[in-house]
Design a protein around this ligand. Structure first.
Ligand code: PMV
Length: 353
């Protein structure tokens, strides 16, 4: 089959894709410098930097069959889940005409997450990057030098933060005047060995569905009077953090990372309409973390767009931190739930060809 890509070049699609199963695992990530606010076409308002996680990932398989009555069949954890289908359709339409040939097939997609469904963990980064990898392998060998860059660019169109899930260690997304691009994430490797195996323990404060979705949250920034200074602040924080990451200065790391978390929540509280995604127990945890750090424990926090608290710390502090969590923080968690994760090594290919 002959296809035309976005650059107007023809490229062939193998006719035997019907016999193949594309399968990838892809991790979630946690942002240190936050992406919150976007332009048209999933272009970020400011650059962001994240840690790739290891244990929280999505495994997705894709099989193309001759077209039958359903264009997309989607199963999550073995069960049909039709409410995810519009998200996949939107994703494919954003991929553009290069991918319109997918309409000639039925797509059978199955997904599982390693983290519990109602854990309150954001899953769009792992889900969309795993799906993008499966789609891309229809057309491109994963040996190609630009495979992961292209997968990242596609993932961005599924969910912005997903484009930072394609690399080991850390990833940078957004034009920062240096190595970053607005179109895709890149691997970020300029960090001190102090951060190798960095830990992220997620305290589940609430697993309720969020009152404001990410896409609404991003769009509310368009009319937020503080938005412009927030984007500028994020750029400055990225510059600071890049320097800090070259050292083992945990105190400075904690200051920037915590400020970033509070800054995006401040934009939520100053949006119109305003909203608050933190819960009272989110604040209780934050206070305890700040006070134990003042006593010398290398522990800090960050937040996603939700109430759950990501506790960040070096591997060597693990025993002390887990002891501290059990004694002081579990009382603030929903059913004492928490997830232990750490820096990971990026997606894994599982395709059976
Ligand atoms: O990828 P989205 O559109 O769900 O946005 C996620 C934004 C945050 O998770 C709040 C921050 C980030 O940079 O990951």
């Amino acid at each position: 089959m002959l296809m035309t890509n976005l650059q107007g070049q023809s490229m062939s699609i193998s006719t035997d894709i019907l016999d193949k199963k594309f399968k990838w695992s892809s991790p979630s990530n946690i942002a240190l410098i936050k992406y919150w606010g976007k332009k048209e076409n999933q272009i970020p308002q400011n650059p962001s930097l994240s840690i790739t996680l290891s244990k929280s990932y999505t495994t997705t398989s894709l099989e193309l069959t001759s077209k039958n009555e359903n264009w997309i069949n989607f199963k999550f954890e073995g069960m049909k889940k039709d409410d995810f289908i519009p998200k996949i359709e939107k994703f494919i339409s954003r991929l553009g005409s290069e991918w319109s040939f997918l309409h000639d097939y039925s797509l059978n997609i199955e997904s599982t997450n390693t983290f519990p469904h109602s854990s309150g963990m954001a899953s769009s980064a792992s889900a969309m990057s795993a799906l993008a990898l499966c789609f891309l392998e229809i057309k491109k060998s994963y040996h190609d030098q630009d495979f992961f860059i292209k997968a990242s660019e596609m993932s961005r169109l599924g969910s912005g933060s997903a484009c930072r899930s394609l690399y080991k260690g850390m990833s940078l997304w957004g034009d920062d005047g240096e190595e970053g691009s607005d179109l895709y994430g890149v691997e970020f490797s300029q960090f001190n060995s102090f951060y190798e195996g960095f830990q992220d323990t997620v305290l589940i404060i609430s697993s309720d569905k969020k009152s404001v979705s990410s896409s609404l949250g991003h769009s509310l920034l368009d009319n937020n009077i503080y938005a412009h200074s927030r984007y500028q602040h994020a750029r400055e924080n990225l510059g600071k953090l890049k320097s800090i990451l070259k050292t083992d200065d945990f105190h400075s790391f904690a200051e920037v990372v915590e400020q970033e978390a509070m800054a995006i929540h401040a934009t939520m509280m100053t949006s119109n309409p305003s909203y608050v995604l933190m819960k009272p127990h989110t604040l209780n945890v934050i206070e305890k973390v700040k006070s134990v750090r003042a006593k010398g424990l290398q522990l800090c926090f960050t937040l996603d767009a939700g109430p759950n608290v990501h506790l960040l710390y070096p591997r060597r502090a693990k025993e002390d931190v887990i002891g501290f969590i059990k004694e002081n923080l579990l009382q603030f968690c929903e059913e004492e739930k928490y997830i232990e994760d750490e820096m990971g090594s990026g997606p894994v290919r599982l395709s059976e060809l």
